[in-house]
Design a protein around this ligand. Sequence first.
Ligand SMILES: NC(=O)c1ccc[n+]([C@@H]2O[C@H](COP(=O)([O-])OP(=O)(O)OC[C@H]3O[C@@H](n4cnc5c(N)ncnc54)[C@H](O)[C@@H]3O)[C@@H](O)[C@H]2O)c1
Length: 494
Amino acid sequence: MTGAATGRKAAIIGGGVIGGGWAARFLLHGWNVSVFDPHADAARRVGEVLSSARRSLPALADVPMPIEGVLTFTEHLDAAVAGAQWIQESVPEDLALKQAVLAEVQAHVADDAIIGSSTSGFKPSELQHGASDPSQILVAHPFNPVYLLPLVELVAGSASEAGTMQRAREVLASIGMAPLEVRNEIDAHLADRLMEAVWREGLWLVNDDIATTEEIDNSIRYGFGLRWAQMGLFETFRLAGGEEGMAHFIRQFGPALQWPWTKLTNVPELTEELVQKIASQSDAQSGARSIRELEAIRDRNLVGMLRMLKEQDWGAGTILKAHDDFLSSSAAPADDWSAPLRLLELSVLPGWIDYNGHMTEFRYVQVFSDSCEALLRRVGMHDEYVEAGNSWFTAETHNQFIDEVAVNEPMYSTVQVLLADGKRLHVFYRLHAADDDRLLATLEAMYLHVNTATGKVAAASDEAMQVLAEIAAAHAELETPEAAGRSVGQRSQD
Ligand SMILES: NC(=O)c1ccc[n+]([C@@H]2O[C@H](COP(=O)([O-])OP(=O)(O)OC[C@H]3O[C@@H](n4cnc5c(N)ncnc54)[C@H](O)[C@@H]3O)[C@@H](O)[C@H]2O)c1
């Protein structure tokens, strides 16, 4: 069982790397999406981004995702934007082209639709210039891959209105993004300005034969890149100052900014020779793998890192946790319990496999444990419920490992409620491969409802019991799983 589709529509104008990522993020959050891109290959390219997103984005959630929306491609821009609540312009970075596209969009959209631009460099006031309703246009600058990275820089122009910005924040948060409002519009917003500073120094280091592209990348990914991913720049440097603090750190390292080899603002001339040098070093470093392979590696690594941060409730992981709460609170009340409830959609992460190349045993257990969390949240076990002294404790389990599953394979879990009598909850989970519904493993579990203050078994709340009783009554109509009640070593009931 997944949440409901939203019935809302997003129009994506320009279906390249970024437009494809936006399309995937909206679709997987239940929006219907229309793409307009005159390129002959646009549908294939968006389809490939969507396949990557389907493999990775659901693996970040521990609650049911909405039902995927419907994707359409249109031959004309007006058909794409008709009836859309959000229009995302993602055409190439050319101001005149963007202004022309925005003018055509505005001729066909509702007055209250929001038009976001993915521009990396232009200020919203430049995009608003000459527009029929400039207040509708804002910058919503995402980061590649748009379907995984939560950051979106939200920038208002001189004609923007507070109400539109507020609605924009709400829409972006509802699709799992973290809108960071850039308070003063500047060329290239915030993050690209920072990346540009590092990029400039990197170009100099290659230009001056100090380091190769690979050595520079290693200096980032083996060291400070890991620190930045979870603490950023200032918080990281705060720690470098030790107990004496940030001011001490700046006094200590500030003079280095004057050293002659720091070239913070100069840009090396991008001669053909330098471009070729960088390109051939990059080929030597990464050319053995295709772009698609590298994208898949990047996505798997990002999912692993984001999930770790989610476990720590830190940085981008805190955004994911808040998004789970949002998704579970906005899921449609499930009144159809006529089948086992679908709980998790996820895929096998690279760190989850054993020496045979298959998902290792304890990850099966983890998936069932996460499925249990998802079930208990569905029946109202949120933070307040636990803080009030209520919890379900696991009393007994029986696991069956039935089939192997390889790295990156998508999976889903379901639960069938066998008994819910107020104090006891007896359930049967199944884990399936998503591609062919193959049964991978099962877990039968008995939970006891406990008052954590007394440590004694106690009745669940009336609200929790009401939902559980409804599910249990519906599931009583289902066939009892053949393996339910089995003991170790018993492969069938006969
Ligand atoms: N690539 C990135 O990492 C990145 C990150 C953030 C923002 N951006 C910004 O996103 C925008 C798009 O960048 P991209 O990297 O996706 O470029 P891209 O070249 O991959 O895609 C652009 C797409 O726009 C289509 N297009 C061209 N003219 C069009 C028109 N008139 N109407 C509709 N579609 C049209 C092209 O066919 C192409 O598919 C740019 O403004 C860029 O600055 C890019």
